[in-house]
Structure formats: structure tokens, C-alpha cells
Design a protein around this ligand. Structure first.
Ligand code: FAD
Length: 305
């Protein structure tokens, strides 16, 4: 299933997970995903570290297991910064053989290393390459507050347009904590003649150390309302978790009520929090009911036509 097609009929709800390093971790993740199978997100995206070597098979193995055991479509993240064309081509062959049709094409981050690209400099180079070497539905990353390396939103928007012109059919944003950022971003995209669906990345931020790390890495400016929570509950993990979940739910309710294209939940592999959020919002997404979720993947494909 091409995930970009989903947006024609519904408000999409999807989740992101990362592949655990150990076999035991992967087994635990699959068990916790089986426990939330009734949620049936429209797709699950699986990250891949740009810097670590040879981890792409972990992403692939989890994507394949999710599709086969849960009947849920997946998006494999593919960062290109440290890959050669040959390596990416081989990986595309593996993805195709495993039945993974959707890719989030990324440049990736250098971590602490200096950026030293090999065959790809930008995500748009990768998107062009994928289109020439396979039949994938391609998504790309987007940054409502602009990418931290960009000098201004105009050039960032124009570079985003290059990704869409190269063939990205759907965008997923970096985590958003102020919904106004999303709506202003959508306006900018419309002005730039970019008309693909944009899912909002929502991170249920449930501990204050996590938020410090993330804002340092991403350069995201947090709204006052959210900062008040992190300051007040920094030393009270239970209150911080409850407040973080309530904040994420409040954001999602507001976004759905105002016609967002889709919600992409950064789960951090915490399916308990995912369940909590889902229970609070499931009735706002009436076409994603439990009964529909119990169909097999093939039946669902037929229903959706
Ligand atoms: P690009 O689109 O290439 O943009 C990078 C920078 O280059 C931007 O500042 C852009 O404006 C600029 N630029 C683009 N084209 C040009 C050009 N032609 N000339 C000059 N400047 C240009 N990272 C991982 O390693 N693994 C993951 O699994 C992962 N998943 C992610 C999922 C989402 C939804 C998001 C939002 C990010 C994810 N990332 C992941 C992080 C991402 O790789 C980093 O944010 C990275 O710094 C940029 O990746 P990109 O694909 O957006 O890059």
C-alpha cells in the first residue's frame, strides 16, 4: 500500500518506532506492538541511524515482521549521508524483496562526526536516486520552524520544494509543540505551491531530560505553555509524564478539530503511552475503529479499494 494515498480519504494516524539493538529488545518491541494491534495505526515508520554502520537490516527486519504479523503498512527510514549509491541500491532491492513499499528518504545527521557526504549530499539527491532505481512511495522530512542548518525559512522552503519535485509525496514534520507552527508552515507551503499532505510529528514528552536533549539537538523553540510544564514538574517524574501526555492529547485534539492532514506519533517505543493517547483520541478518528482493525491486511486493502 502506498501511504501517500491514505490522505485522500481520512485523517491519518501513524506512529514511529526505533529498532532496538538486541534480539531481546526486538522481541519485546514486537510483543508490545502486538498488544496494541487493535489501534491499527495507518502505518508504522521505523527509524534508522545515519551514522551507525550496517543497522539497516534491523529496520528492515522489524518492518517485515510488522507487515507480516500485524498486517500494518510500514515506512522504512533511509538516511543517505554515509551511504554509497551501490549500498542504497542493494538496500532498495532488499526492501522490495521484503514487500516494504514506503520509504522516508532522509539525509540523516552526522552526530558528533563532521558532515562528510559520500554519494549523496541532500535528501533530494536520494529521492531522485530512489525514483530511478525502484518503485517506492517516498516521504520526506519537514521542519515547521526551519531546519537548524538553514539560514532562513524561505531557503528552507525552497529546498523542501526540491524534495517534493524530486518525488516526495508526503511530508512528516519534526516534533511540533505549538500547533500554530504547523498552520503557518502549511500556509508557507501553499504559497510555495507545495501541495502534498503534511503529517504533524507529535512527541509525548514525558521526562524533562528528554526534552532538554531534544531541544538541544533540534534547536526547536518551545512555547511558554510547554516550558511551564517542564519547569514545574522537572523533579516529579509521575507528574511530568501525566502533564506531557495531557499536553500531547490537547495538541492532537486541536489539530484534528482544525483539519490536520495526519498525526505522526513519536512513540519512543513506549506503547503504554501510545495506548493512553489513542484511548483519548480514538473517537475523533471515526474511520479507524477496532472492528475495522480486526480485518486482515488483505481484507482492508480490498475495502479501501
Ligand atoms: P535535507 O532535506 O537534505 O536538508 C538538510 C539541510 O540542507 C536543510 O537545512 C536544507 O534546507 C538544506 N538543503 C537541502 N537541499 C539543499 C540544497 N540543494 N542546497 C543547499 N542546502 C540544501 N535522522 C536519522 O539519522 N535517522 C532517521 O530515521 C531519522 N528520521 C527522521 C524522521 C523525521 C520525520 C524527521 C523530521 C527527521 C528525521 N531524522 C532522522 C533527522 C534528519 O535526518 C535530520 O534532521 C537531518 O539533519 C536532515 O535530514 P533531511 O532529510 O531533512 O535533509
Amino acid at each position: 500500500m502506498d501511504v501517500s494515498e491514505l490522505f485522500k480519504n481520512k485523517t491519518v494516524f501513524s506512529i514511529e518506532i526505533f529498532p532496538p539493538k538486541t534480539a531481546l529488545g526486538r522481541e519485546k518491541l514486537m510483543t508490545s506492538l502486538l498488544e496494541i494491534r487493535d489501534i491499527q495505526p495507518d502505518f508504522i515508520s521505523i527509524t534508522q541511524s545515519a551514522a551507525a554502520c550496517f543497522n539497516e537490516q534491523r529496520t528492515l527486519a522489524i518492518a517485515q515482521a510488522i507487515q507480516q504479523k500485524l498486517g500494518i503498512a510500514t515506512i522504512a527510514h533511509v538516511p543517505c549521508l554515509y551511504r554509497t549509491k551501490e549500498e542504497v541500491k542493494d538496500y532498495l532491492t532488499d526492501l522490495e524483496a521484503a514487500g516494504v513499499q514506503n520509504i522516508l528518504a532522509l539525509r540523516g545527521d552526522a552526530g558528533n562526526q563532521q558532515i562528510c557526504p559520500r554519494d549523496f549530499t541532500y535528501a533530494s539527491d536520494l529521492i531522485n536516486f530512489i525514483n530511478r532505481n525502484g518503485h517506492f512511495d517516498i516521504s520526506a522530512a519537514a521542519y515547521p520552524q526551519k531546519h537548524p542548518e538553514s539560514s532562513d525559512v524561505v531557503s528552507d522552503t525552497l529546498h523542501l520544494k526540491e524534495k517534493v519535485q524530486a518525488g516526495a509525496k508526503h511530508l512528516i514534520t519534526q516534533m511540533v509543540f505549538d500547533n500554530q507552527d504547523y498552520w503557518e508552515f502549511k500556509e508557507r507551503l501553499a504559497l510555495a505551491d507545495i501541495h502534498v499532505p503534511v503529517e504533524v510529528g507529535i512527541l509525548p514528552c514525558t521526562n524533562s531530560r528528554q526534552i532538554k536533549r531534544i531541544t538541544k539537538m533540534s534547536g526547536i523553540k518551545l512555547p511558554k505553555k510547554f516550558l511551564a510544564i517542564t519547569e514545574r514538574y522537572a523533579d516529579d517524574p509521575v507528574a511530568m509524564r501525566d502533564a506531557g501526555l495531557a499536553y500531547a492529547i490537547d495538541q492532537i485534539v486541536d489539530l484534528i478539530a482544525n483539519g490536520v492532514d495526519g498525526i505522526h506519533l513519536y512513540t519512543m517505543n513506549n506503547m503504554e503511552n501510545t495506548r493512553h493517547i489513542w484511548n483519548a483520541i480514538k473517537n475523533l478518528l471515526p474511520d479507524q475503529t477496532v472492528s475495522q482493525s480486526q480485518c486482515t491486511f488483505v481484507e482492508k486493502e480490498r475495502v479501501r479499494g
